[in-house]
Write a new protein. Structure first.
Length: 408
């Protein structure tokens, strides 16, 4: 009985040991540690951004330049040729809503007719008034002559009659002199009225002519040969049919010079300190990933801005495309690789190998088949790798992740 108990106990112990070793072997062997060696070669630090092509120089296709002069502040685009249309000078580009300007033009024509009739009425009234004044002068002259004759004849009369004749003559003389002065004043008044109405009429006619010219400008035509590219709103959206242009910025579209292109991109505030004018760029087109162009940074914004759908501030960067390619078109999306730093013959390791403890950076290095912590000194870093200045050689094997033995 005791022998059976001993045998059963031994079997149980063997089974427990077997299970333990099975579990330990599964934990240790099920997930093998991956190692690699530091790489020596060229090391580059890149900042990759997405940009949009646009012409460095372009001709603006403008709406009515006299919109403010005729008190038109907003104009809606009613018709617009498709973007990318190649046009010749004088070809149709867009049509703006003419309802407001047409109403103003009709109102101005009615005002011209009213002022024209007023000018004619003023002229006739002045003519009639001056004619009556001249007739009055003639009558007063005759009356004065009569009184003069009566005065001359009164010398044979009594003194009282002579005095009465003198008074009548002086009164007639005074009336005639006053009438002459009044005639001069009435003539000046008539001239002033005519000039005033004539000035208003002339001003309104000029305004009506301006309306007429401006109505024609609501049909927008190409100022030169080129490809039509829609202008953008303040928020970056393109102006399309139904969009509104204002009197201060009446640009409807642009005709870009496709021989000189640039890529407009935005760099985050985290990377902007790495960016400087003159840095080299590799430009790839999303439309043709095989095509690689070169460029250089020509300007960096000093002030950041909040772009739509972005939580952080970004800075606008202009990149000049050095090659001239006939396939380049405005609004094409580009992938820009900005070369921030470069080092030849550098020893680098993947970022996955790096660990930190108490402010010190280290890697797990394979030493006689077992992992050990190896402190290192780092140099430049990019999105994937870091340069090792001290602590490793090309012959070392390092772990990409924390090794299993180190976890134990």
């Amino acid at each position: 009985m005791k022998r059976r108990i001993i045998i059963i106990s031994a079997v149980v112990i063997l089974l427990l040991v077997a299970v333990f070793w099975f579990i330990s072997g599964k934990e240790s062997g099920g997930k093998q540690d991956v190692t690699t060696s530091p790489r020596r070669g060229e090391f580059r630090v890149l900042v990759t951004t997405t940009g949009e092509l646009q012409a460095k120089n372009s001709i603006q296709v403008m709406g009515p330049e006299n919109a403010r002069a005729v008190y038109i502040w907003q104009m809606k685009i009613s018709t617009l040729v498709p973007e990318g249309t190649v046009v010749k000078k004088g070809d149709f580009v867009a049509d703006l809503d003419k309802s407001e300007i047409t109403d103003k033009y009709k109102e101005s024509l009615l005002t011209v007719q009213k002022l024209d009739a007023q000018y004619l009425q003023t002229t006739l009234d002045s003519t009639l008034t001056l004619a009556q004044a001249r007739d009055e002068l003639v009558n007063l002259r005759y009356a004065r002559e009569e009184k003069q004759i009566y005065l001359e004849q009164s010398k044979y009369e009594a003194p009282a009659m002579q005095r009465q004749a003198e008074i009548d003559y002086e009164r007639a003389q005074r009336n005639f002199t006053q009438a002459e002065k009044n005639y001069v004043t009435k003539k000046q008044q008539a001239i002033a009225k005519i000039v005033t109405v004539e000035a208003d009429l002339k001003k309104e006619r000029q305004r009506s002519e301006l309306f007429q010219r401006t109505v024609g400008d609501f049909t927008v035509k190409a100022p030169a040969d080129g490809m039509v590219i829609y202008a953008r709103e303040w928020n970056g959206k393109k102006k399309v049919v139904g969009s509104t242009i204002n009197a201060w910025e009446p640009t409807v579209a642009t005709l870009p010079d496709l021989r000189d292109m640039e890529s407009i991109t935005y760099v985050s505030e985290i990377d902007i300190q790495k960016i400087a004018v003159g840095q080299s760029i590799r430009i790839k087109l999303d439309a043709d990933p095989k095509k690689v162009l070169t460029g250089s940074i020509i300007s960096v914004a000093n002030i950041g801005e909040q772009r739509p759908n972005s939580d952080s501030k970004v800075f606008e960067v202009h990149i000049h495309v050095q090659e001239s390619d006939s396939t380049l078109r405005p609004s094409m999306t580009t992938s820009n690789e900005i070369l921030v730093a470069e080092q030849k013959n550098a020893l680098s390791i993947p970022l996955e190998c790096l660990h930190a403890d108490s402010g010190r950076t280290f890697v797990y290095k394979q030493d006689r088949g077992a992992p050990m912590k190896q402190p290192i000194k780092l140099g430049l870093m990019n999105d994937n790798e870091a340069i090792v200045l001290e602590g490793l050689t090309e012959k070392d094997r390092i772990y990409l992740t924390t090794p299993f033995e180190a976890k134990k």
